[in-house]
Design a protein around this ligand. Sequence first.
Ligand SMILES: [Zn+2]
Length: 136
Amino acid sequence: MSYSIQPNTEDRETGPFFAAAAEGRLVFRVCNDCGHATQPPTEHCPWCGGWNTEWRQAQGRGRLHTWTTVTHQIHPDYPTPFTLVVVELDETPDVRLMGRLDGAPVLTAGQPMEVWFEKLNDDVALPQWRPLGRPV
Ligand SMILES: [Zn+2]
């Protein structure tokens, strides 16, 4: 799939997230003072106001929090149907990430999901999600 909008890999706060994704790694930012994760990732912790945050490696697994299937096409880059999913990381309920599945699969809230990386070009990849064990 081609996208007319791509992530800003140069952004100070979110750039490292996409740099890791380009290497096939999923990372999230955690506050060392209060233990919460910051999502979207920020150097400043919105939970406690501290600045002692760092990137951590995620296992790449989570649980399906919610989803919606889009059936009305509004942009040529996004043929329908497709399903947008929100997945909560196994490491923390503070981080919920979106992804896109082709079609209208049968899904169940809480089902295990795993990340995969959709390569957009040589430098940019997007973390995507699929039901655990299902091929892309
Ligand atoms: Zn904090």
